[in-house]
Design a protein around this ligand. Structure first.
Ligand SMILES: [Zn+2]
Length: 415
């Protein structure tokens, strides 16, 4: 009899644990099965966002047009939940930084259609989440950072010259959210500290104080960043960085924090050989981990030191391509042949588009890494324009060293 009781107790306890603890892996599995964003974020135009939002509206989600861009495109805000804690999330104020827009759509779709799950019910009762996906629809249309006035909206928090910036401030001021999430993308070559590892996600608990003084609100955002970092660790260990929190009075993150809503910045980079959708999943996992921690209060117990221990972002350690020990022939200069490493970077483009590439460095580049590296010892490398120079096109012709080539030939490219 005693043994049976004991067994029941254990079973009951394990069921409790199962229903209460959602792990990062659970969130990732949910995204795998339930995500509604179907195209790569960089291909999502304003009309695609409208289609996503129309689908969400059909599920009963509250979505309003809250403003218009400089180019006259509608800007939307979705609202989910009925709770006292107000969470404000906005994405793509930089038009060519699209990952979070898709992740927010996936998050809203999941929350809206998962009311039967007890933990989602708790989120709904305790939080009200307002989401502005694609704050800069004109920039998104052109896949450019700035809006149609060519102003960087994230440097317009003080001057408020852009309709998009004015809208963001208005939405914040009217509602006074408890926490803000400012969602961006960073360069794919940003590294975790001085390592060659890509910073796939970088976090920042934004300081709202010019002197960088800490208060309870700032400490809370640090703890939430720790929660997200711990969740992401299980998926991208070693690829998480953080930004330094130097105060910028023109940036929205800093100013919204100063106005009373502590802001968390999430910057999505890239992970070599993983596509854009994987990055959407990482964002989805981070958001759910953060929101869940606000409701089950695990945020209050999280250790801010986990966030503090994340290495700062760095740049310049990593290139898109390095051709090692190439034998360089400069056709434009007689007899200019030498051996060197050549580093090339590609510009940010939409998935599927050819990204222009440029020579970044020439010489002994052993201390650096390339996402793709090629051993070019057995090849001649000829720049297509005839002279290998920093800043010129990264299009090269390669010739096996064993071949006898007439470098003066007019149709060299054909050979
Ligand atoms: Zn940005």
């Amino acid at each position: 009899m005693k043994c049976t009781l004991c067994f029941c107790g254990l079973l009951f306890f394990s069921m409790m644990v199962q229903t209460q603890a959602q792990t990062a892996k659970d969130f990732a599995d949910i995204w795998d099965k339930r995500h509604v964003s179907r195209i790569a974020p960089s291909l999502v135009r304003h009309r695609d966002l409208q289609k996503y939002l129309d689908e969400l509206k059909k599920t009963g989600l509250k979505i309003e047009t809250v403003g218009t861009s400089y180019g006259g495109r509608d800007i939307y805000q979705a609202e989910w939940g009925t709770g006292a804690t107000r969470v404000f999330m906005w994405s793509q104020m930089h038009g060519d930084e699209p990952t979070a827009t898709s992740a927010l759509v996936d998050m809203l779709a999941f929350l809206q259609t998962s009311g039967e799950k007890s933990w989602v019910k708790e989120l709904k009762n305790d939080l009200t989440i307002r989401v502005v996906p694609m704050l800069n629809p004109d920039g998104a249309e052109l896949f450019q950072r700035r809006n149609l006035q060519f102003i960087d909206i994230n440097r317009d928090a003080r001057a408020l010259s852009t309709p998009e910036g004015r809208l963001l401030k208005k939405l914040r001021d009217l509602w006074q959210p408890d926490i803000g999430f400012n969602l961006h993308n960073q360069n794919a070559l940003t590294t975790v500290g001085k390592t060659n590892r890509q910073a796939t996600i970088s976090l920042l608990a934004v300081s709202g104080d010019p002197q960088g003084k800490f208060d309870e609100k700032h400490l809370r955002t640090k703890r939430i960043c720790s929660v997200m970092a711990s969740a992401l660790e299980t998926l991208i260990k070693g690829n998480i960085g953080r930004y330094d929190d130097a105060y910028n009075p023109r940036a929205f993150g800093d100013m919204i924090s100063a106005w009373g809503t502590p802001v968390i910045l999430i910057e999505t980079g890239a992970l070599h050989q993983k596509d854009e959708m994987y990055l959407v999943k990482l964002n989805f996992v981070a958001y759910l981990a953060a929101l869940k921690s606000l409701v089950d209060k695990s945020e209050q117990k999280a250790d801010a030191k986990i966030y503090d221990a994340l290495p700062f972002n760095d740049t310049g350690n990593l290139f898109n391509f390095i051709f090692r020990r190439a034998n360089i022939i400069n056709l434009a200069e007689a007899n200019a042949t030498f051996s060197a490493d050549v580093a090339v970077n590609a510009e940010r483009r939409r998935t599927g588009e050819t990204a222009p590439s440029y020579v970044q460095d020439i010489g002994d580049l052993q201390i650096y890494a390339g996402l793709d590296e090629y051993d070019a010892r057995d090849f001649y490398l000829v720049a297509k324009n005839g002279l290998l120079k920093i800043g010129t096109s990264g299009e090269f012709l390669f010739y096996k060293k064993t071949r006898k080539i007439d470098w003066t030939a007019k149709d060299l490219e054909k050979s």
